[in-house]
Design a protein around this ligand. Structure first.
Ligand SMILES: Cc1ncc(COP(=O)(O)O)c(C=O)c1O
Length: 431
């Protein structure tokens, strides 16, 4: 267990969290290398080593820093990027371009040029206009890129509406109407400038049920069969996205095999029935790799009691370092890191310091009576926390440290007030 209590103090991957707060300041994001590596090891044994011709492309939107990408690289995985910025970060971190896949529903010409120039592994085409745009870039540069089509499988996964992506009414993916998808497939197969490999879909995020994965697979298998029938083309790759759920509060995390084994069994059976070679299978986990590997530490500041109504505990961060409670009503667990043995006798609402009434990190949670100066830890903040952080109210973005078996290392330094001004310009007219 990377999380343990020793003498009433929360330790994370062998480090005293109160000492880390004192050393690095708060708010502070902490990532456990041990936890991240254990997720990759699980994937290696239950997927990569169990099924040939498979790849894991970590969805780095969940947490993207050069150090994290070096760790992913060391673990031998691929990555999925969704912007020129993530791609640039990966390239600067020395990530092998051929192990990079590029998703996104509105890739800019400049982003596609960067991808083509770098010679990345795959571009996941997400709309009908993207193929001609990519072809024009490839023509200019005299290269041919590997591509897949992202489809919208029309599956409604049970999760928050903002993180359902595979339903029919979605901004992502190409609609599956025959008159839309097959001309697009034909154009990609016949193109001189792309090498069409197959299909991609992502049904949603924070899922605990394998049913939508199997439903989406059936849709994709229909496409595989039809593509062969119509064009004599055997699909070589299927990318089935990410979405595997993690523990925020009381959830029970399902092992990856719960999702992947039924998919692989069905796919193998389909290929045997059709007499075709099984396409390569790629998955794109993000949240499940880093979510539980991250915690955030805050310092308690002002405390406000409204008699008979509510007690607010303010911390020194909030929606700027974790937008998820405000954005998706996400719920988290937390504790006073230096008083972990004390009974939780008070119901409180933990709020951030931003000028928004909705800047509440946790509503109605039980804690020991908190005092100003206490260190408050929030669990499972590793995914979509730092990566969604903002400078709202000109709050600097916190530092990030990586811990492993008692050894902390800084991987992103805390922003300074000067950092907030690096891009700002005062024009002559206002000098
Ligand atoms: C295309 C794609 N792949 C992978 C992911 C990662 O999902 P998760 O972090 O839930 O594993 C997402 C998340 O939105 C996505 O859109």
């Amino acid at each position: 267990m990377v999380k343990e209590i020793r003498n009433g103090i929360l330790f994370f991957d062998g480090c005293d969290t109160t000492a880390l707060a004192a050393q690095y300041g708060t708010p502070l994001y902490i990532f456990s290398e041990t936890e991240i590596v254990s997720r990759f090891s699980e994937l290696r044994s239950c997927f990569l080593e169990k099924y040939y011709n498979t790849r894991v492309a970590y969805a780095c939107k969940a947490f993207c820093t050069p150090a994290m990408l070096r760790l992913v690289m060391r673990e031998g995985m691929c990555i999925d990027v969704v912007s020129g910025g993530e791609l640039y970060t990966a390239l600067r971190a020395g990530f092998p371009p051929e192990r990079i896949e590029f998703n996104g529903n509105n890739k800019l010409p400049s982003e596609l040029e960067l991808a083509v120039d770098a010679g990345i592994g795959r571009i996941i085409i997400d709309g009908l206009q993207e193929l001609p745009l990519l072809e024009s870039i490839c023509r200019k540069k005299g290269v041919r890129m590997n591509v897949l089509y992202r489809i919208t499988p029309g599956v409604k996964a049970s999760t928050h509406d903002y993180i359902v992506t595979g339903k029919k009414d979605s901004k992502f993916g190409i609609p599956l109407e025959d008159t839309v998808i097959y001309p697009a497939v034909e154009a990609a197969i016949r193109s001189e400038f792309v090498n069409f490999l197959g299909f991609h879909y992502h049904v949603g995020s924070q899922l605990f049920d394998n049913t939508p994965y199997l439903q989406a697979l059936e849709v994709a298998l229909g496409l595989v069969r039809e593509t062969r029938k119509r064009f004599g083309f055997s699909v070589r790759e299927l990318n089935i996205g990410g979405g595997y759920g993690i523990r925020y509060t009381g959830e029970e995390r399902r092992p990856y095999s719960y999702f992947l084994d039924p998919v692989m069994t069905r796919l193998n059976q389909f290929c045997a029935d059709e007499g075709i070679e099984r396409p390569a299978v790629v998955i794109e986990p993000g949240r499940s790799i880093v979510g539980e590997a991250g915690i955030t530490l805050y310092t308690v500041g002002s405390i406000k009691e409204i008699p008979g109504v509510r007690k607010y505990i303010s911390v020194d961060g909030g929606m700027t370092d974790n937008i998820r409670p405000a954005l998706y009503q996400a719920v988290y667990k937390g504790m006073l890191a230096g008083r972990a043995d004390e009974p939780a006798t008070e119901q409180v609402t933990v709020c951030g310091k931003c000028c928004e009434s909705g800047d509440l990190l946790m509503r109605d949670v039980m804690l020991p009576p908190a005092r100003s100066g206490d260190i408050f830890a929030v669990f499972s903040t590793g995914a979509y926390g730092y990566s969604m952080a903002s400078n709202y109210n000109h709050n600097p973005i916190p530092a990030v440290i990586l811990v492993k078996e008692g050894r902390p290392e800084l991987i992103v330094r805390r922003q300074t007030y000067d950092d907030l001004l690096t891009c700002a310009v005062i024009p002559d007219s206002l000098k």
